[in-house]
Design a protein around this ligand. Structure first.
Ligand SMILES: CC(C)(COP(=O)(O)OP(=O)(O)OC[C@H]1O[C@@H](n2cnc3c(N)ncnc32)[C@H](O)[C@@H]1OP(=O)(O)O)[C@@H](O)C(=O)NCCC(=O)NCCS
Length: 262
């Protein structure tokens, strides 16, 4: 194989923060977000909060598509993992300049991963009305359209429909050799490996553990605050005002570090 591009899929939560933030830029590209259920520009905080959520969500795995140089190029995710009924949903996107064959190679490898490694029997996906190229693309990989749900979501103030596509493991096993043959030329351009070990997913860094513990304790602090405001507002409010004043003091000191408003 000549000029084969090495492509790695690594779980989002295993990446460093810089790479995680690079994914936000891709997700915010016009030609990506217009095909997503939520298409607003995602802020840093929202993005990091989502990644934080992923750490404890065992119903989804979000992979980042990495070049040989470990530059993020897109995302492939499996969601709504249902171990009882052995089914899941999936979706993916790529930055504009990484497209052209890579999508097909990822689709082939990811379907194999979902059936062989994750042990699912059925894979579903949803494609927003108007994204005909992607419906066509999925059908090439043996997905069948189960239905089209009209006026199902709200986008830019307009109600639009959603295509529901599905693929069973049996259909995949029966047809994948043909697909491999048909796309041989495309698949030879990319060598895709998916880095995933179930046990690794659960080991979190001490910083993540502190973050999670703080989030839990924040609930307790807010309960104390709520109690104080309800039971003794006259005493509690001046203390809250003092907290706010000191917060402003901290904010001014932080400005000195970042160079803002100096
Ligand atoms: C879906 C996506 C990952 C596919 O990646 P890709 O690298 O473009 O895929 P390929 O180059 O292998 O394309 C496969 C086929 O789909 C066609 N295709 C894919 N996206 C297309 C588009 N936006 N417009 C026209 N054709 C498109 C290609 O022309 C190709 O057709 P062919 O096999 O007849 O030549 C990528 O287009 C993307 O990120 N799209 C935006 C996000 C999105 O819609 N995700 C799907 C939500 S489920």
């Amino acid at each position: 194989m000549t000029n084969t591009k090495i492509i790695k899929l690594a779980s989002m939560i295993s990446l460093d923060t810089e790479s995680q933030l690079k994914v936000r830029e891709i997700r915010n590209e016009e030609n990506v977000r217009k095909w997503m259920y939520t298409d607003h520009v995602i802020g840093v905080n929202e993005h990091l909060a989502w990644i934080n959520w992923l750490k404890q969500d065992d119903k989804q795995i979000v992979f980042v598509v990495l070049s040989e140089e470990c530059i993020p190029m897109g995302v492939v995710s499996v969601n709504a993992i249902d171990r009882l009924h052995k089914k899941a949903d999936w979706a993916y996107y790529l930055t504009e300049n990484a497209r052209g064959g890579l999508g097909s190679s990822l689709e082939y490898n990811f379907i194999n991963f979902v059936f062989d490694t994750l042990g699912m029997d059925k894979l579903n996906c949803e494609v927003i009305e108007g994204n005909d190229a992607v419906v066509k693309l999925h059908k090439k990989f043996l997905f069948q359209e189960e239905g089209f749900r009209c006026s199902n979501i709200l986008k830019n103030g307009v109600r639009i429909g959603v295509h529901f596509l599905e693929l069973t493991k049996d259909d995949w096993l029966a047809g994948k050799a043909n697909i491999q043959e048909k796309y041989r030329g495309v698949f030879e351009k990319f060598s895709v490996s998916i880095q995933w070990q179930p046990s690794e997913e659960k080991v979190s860094h001490p910083i993540d553990q502190i973050e999670a513990a703080r989030a839990r304790n924040n609930l307790n602090w807010m309960s104390i605050l709520r109690l104080a405001i309800e039971k003794s507002p006259g005493t509690a409010k001046p203390i809250v005002a003092e907290i706010k004043r000191i917060d402003r003091e901290i904010s001014a000191l932080t400005d000195k570090i970042t160079g803002e408003n100096v």
